[in-house]
Design a binder for this molecule. Structure first.
Ligand SMILES: *[C@@H]1O[C@H](CO)[C@@H](O)[C@H](O)[C@H]1NC(C)=O
Ligand SMILES: *[C@@H]1O[C@H](CO)[C@@H](O)[C@H](O)[C@H]1NC(C)=O
Ligand SMILES: *[C@@H]1O[C@H](CO)[C@@H](O)[C@H](O)[C@H]1NC(C)=O
Length: 349
């Protein structure tokens, strides 16, 4: 979804709690937002120095339709990672348009397989591709190998069944980069919902005196101030709009993700300790009561630490004009680097 359409289809929901003094009294030591704080920096340096990608020549030039995909593709082509020598490559990138029909993707893989030796060595496991909506299960052998073995880079959130957690990667949304003009914290929580997809949770919240729902199109600048001025930002995972999660982190608004199933495709989930920077609330019959209970108790105690870690983690969601260390592009490359170890079969006759 584009950023403009996010703003068009917007419900702002504000939890109006007064700020509790409890918040100020918790100077807990800051830990790291990373899953492997000891290894991420040396691994990143190695990635930066040694990582090589072979990019197959696309049939013809084509644009990627979603902003995050085209940013990734452009940054990759402009980076120092591509190599002309496939023997030196750790991974192989197969570019194809997002709307290419499955039959054409199968034909593309079949031609790679027959013309070059690299696909057969790993049955595609050292290959990766971009597909915003992800590819589904098909019976064609080429598509089966692509789906099961190759690393898929899809857009977050990826439709159910289109994401395989141990190998796939999701692209963080491209933020609208609004400027923060007013950082005065005045509300506790904030969320936005796609009002077209009517949600019972939105209905419940709108009739609750502790919540305020705004359904007007939102001014991007007001939006930044809301994030900066809110303690928690609510996101409804299924059917809702979770695209602002990186911006929420950046402006110090702790994300609260309301979900009825485990989320497998969170961006950078093998890099970031999501449990330390976001709150996950089960959606159930008594969703609002549960939400208030969680926000009102446990989260008050660790809010400040979560906020600090979230702000620290937000650099990974930035798409910088000139790539910077640990921004979205380099963190995606880092995730690919973590996936470079595959068994390569020697061909036997
Ligand atoms: C590549 O281009 C040729 C000629 O335009 C076309 O027939 C073929 O289907 C294309 N292959 C893919 C995978 O798009
Ligand atoms: C890869 O394997 C397929 C059969 O599995 C074979 O048809 C094809 O020729 C092989 N490719 C190369 C380059 O040897
Ligand atoms: C910032 O926002 C607060 C709360 O909405 C308001 O009281 C204050 O006047 C604002 N400050 C500026 C400089 O706009």
């Amino acid at each position: 979804m584009s950023t403009t359409s996010i703003f068009r289809l917007l419900h702002l929901l504000l939890l109006q709690f007064s700020l509790s003094p409890v918040l100020a009294a918790h100077p807990k030591p800051l830990t790291s937002p990373y899953l492997s704080p000891a290894t991420i920096h040396p691994n990143y340096q190695n990635m930066f120095k040694f990582f090589k990608i072979f990019i197959y020549n696309p049939n013809s030039t084509f644009p990627f339709t979603s902003p995050s995909q085209s940013l990734f593709y452009t940054r990759l082509q402009d980076s120092h990672f591509p190599t002309e020598n496939p023997e030196k490559a750790h991974l192989f990138f197969v570019p194809f348009p997002s709307d290419l029909p499955p039959r054409s993707i199968a034909r593309l893989i079949r031609s790679l397989r027959s013309e070059l030796p690299y696909w057969n060595r790993t049955l595609g496991a050292d290959h990766f591709y971009l597909s915003c909506a992800g590819i589904g299960y098909e019976s064609d052998r080429n598509l089966v190998e692509l789906k099961k073995n190759s690393v898929q880079i899809s857009c977050f959130p990826t439709p159910a069944g289109k994401f395989i957690p141990h190998k796939d990667i999701s692209l963080p949304p491209v933020p609208s980069t609004p400027a923060l003009t007013n950082n005065t914290a005045s509300v506790l929580g904030y969320a936005r919902f796609d009002w077209v997809k009517e949600s019972t949770l939105v209905n419940q919240l709108s009739s609750d005196p502790d919540f305020l729902i705004e359904s007007k199109p939102s001014d991007p600048n007001t939006f930044a101030d809301r994030l900066g001025g809110s303690k928690f930002c609510l996101f409804e995972y299924k059917g809702g709009d979770v695209s602002g999660i990186g911006e929420a982190l950046r402006f110090g608004c702790v994300p609260v993700v309301i979900t009825d199933r485990p989320i497998q495709d969170l961006p950078f989930s093998d890099v970031l300790r999501w449990q330390e920077i976001a709150v996950f609330v089960r959606r159930s019959g008594g969703a609002v009561r549960e939400l208030k209970r969680v926000l009102g108790r446990a989260c008050w105690e660790r809010h400040e630490k979560m906020r600090e870690l979230g702000v620290a983690a937000s650099r990974h969601f930035m798409w910088n004009e000139t790539p910077e260390p640990f921004d979205a592009f380099y963190t995606l490359m880092y995730q690919l680097w973590l996936r470079r170890h595959t068994v390569r079969y020697v061909r036997r006759e």
